[in-house]
Design a protein around this ligand. Structure first.
Ligand code: NZQ
Ligand code: ZN
Length: 390
């Protein structure tokens, strides 16, 4: 196990009545709030009205940035920075899924610079401060409520890129599983895949001696499989929604990569899919992951993939680790398909000519022209994986 620092400062307020604490939490930091949200979901579930009543009762002034879309755009962030600056806000409250939280993070950081917020995403501008930020999470997927990362798209440049700073790690997150009852089956499945992918990106490494982290990871994967299926059949099942939203936080808050050298592979490949064709992030991950594992499968990596099969899918151990690893990958694919995922990229609207463009962009958008993960992937490898998934 490698040396590591572990310090998650986000306060979690988990459960049914936690909205009662919203005003007190905000008032620790400010009184003039920028409320960031998506298109219609928080109004439909009544959360918007409840928040506005809380603001009114507690003399909290608020301004709004509404209409954040999935695969959130830099233009909306620019709009948010302007509203925040024009009105001298002192706190940002994100209410929604990962796209809303990610946009709010860049608004919070963009507030303190005269440069274009996109410069932060492309690392031209360093983050040296940010407005304090809190979130009310309404979808279990990205873990953005408890981490320091954000992913933003730029339609002009055709890029979808991640960036991060400790300054934007949320101060608190209110997580009421009931807010996720209204998430439809498609986004429930996609969110479940996203949580599983974060877990697997951290899990698939070689010889790092982080036994404990891998057992944590396996329990998160099992939780997703058990409760993802239940939440799709019974959207108002509190136990299922509660376990999923809590798993969402722990898959990507630093626990699973503590002591490991992880370099994510499927996420950079997926970000090119959602940059080009605006597909749902979790769906892209679910299509790519089994093919990526197949591509990685060789003598050096078969043991780890087989271990995943034994511990997550209860696959029976045989004399051939290689065959066991293949069964593990097949079980993963079957699980994804059982939740209604399209089996290939074609079914998500991709064309053959998209594949080399995405492979090229994938390496071009990285500091080094390759992915150094479970298996190192150059442009040609990435293209091969896209072709397999096509
Ligand atoms: O716009 P509204 O009306 O709010 O609808 C949203 C949206 O259509 C809807 N939704 C959210 N809560 C709901 C609800 N519908 C009904 N009931 C509710 N309670 O769900 C749709 C998807 O929302 P979005 O926020 O886009 O989903 P998600 O949380 O999956 O976020 C995806 C984005 O996060 C990025 C992804 O790349 C993608 O851009 N990621 C961010 C990460 C991070 N910050 O750490 C890591 C991830 O790997 C990921 O890359
Ligand atoms: Zn993800």
């Amino acid at each position: 196990m490698k040396d590591f620092n572990f310090n998650i400062s986000t306060k979690i307020l988990f459960g049914k009545d936690q909205l009662n604490n919203l005003a007190d939490e905000i008032k620790k930091y400010g009184q003039r709030v920028l409320l960031v949200y998506g298109r219609s979901s928080i109004k439909k579930i009544g959360l918007y009205d409840e928040i506005l009543n809380i603001f009114k009762d507690n003399s909290i002034t608020h301004f709004e940035l509404e209409g954040v879309v999935p695969n959130p755009r830099i233009d909306k962030v620019r709009e948010g920075v302007k509203i925040a600056k024009d009105n001298d806000v002192d706190f940002v409250l994100a209410v929604g899924g990962g796209s809303v939280v990610d946009s709010a993070k860049l608004v919070a950081a963009g507030f303190y610079t005269d440069s274009d917020p996109w410069d932060i995403v492309i690392k031209k501008e360093k983050v040296t401060n940010a407005l304090p930020l809190g979130s009310i999470l309404t979808l279990a997927a990205t873990g953005s409520e408890m981490n320091a990362g954000s992913v933003i798209s730029n339609e002009e440049t055709g890029q979808k890129l991640g960036w991060g700073s400790e300054y934007v790690r949320p101060k608190f997150a209110i997580m009421n599983p009931e807010y996720t009852y209204s998430v439809d089956s498609y986004h429930t499945a996609a969110g479940t895949f996203d949580i599983m992918s974060h877990t697997m990106e951290n899990y698939f490494t070689l010889n790092d001696g982080a036994y404990l982290e891998d057992r944590f990871a396996e329990s998160i994967l099992k939780t997703c499989m058990k409760y993802g299926s239940i939440a799709i059949k019974e959207p108002n099942n509190y136990e299922a929604r509660a376990n999923l939203i809590w798993a969402n936080s722990w898959a990507i808050n630093g626990l699973l990569n503590a002591g490991k050298s992880t370099a994510w592979s499927v996420h950079p490949m997926e970000h090119e899919l959602s940059a080009l064709r605006d597909i749902t992030h979790g769906v892209g991950l679910a299509i790519l992951t089994p093919y990526w594992l197949e591509y990685c499968l060789d003598n050096e990596r078969s043991e780890k993939i087989a271990e995943f099969g034994y511990n997550v899918f209860d696959i029976e151990k045989t004399e051939s680790t290689f065959e066991d690893a293949k069964k593990a990958i097949e079980s993963l694919r079957e699980f994804f398909i059982s939740l209604g995922i399209p089996e290939n990229l074609q079914k998500e609207g991709f064309k053959k000519e998209d594949l080399p463009i995405m492979a090229r962009n994938c390496v071009n958008n990285r500091p080094k022209p390759e992915i150094n993960g479970f298996k190192n992937l150059k442009e040609e490898d990435i293209l091969n994986i896209y072709k397999m998934a096509f």
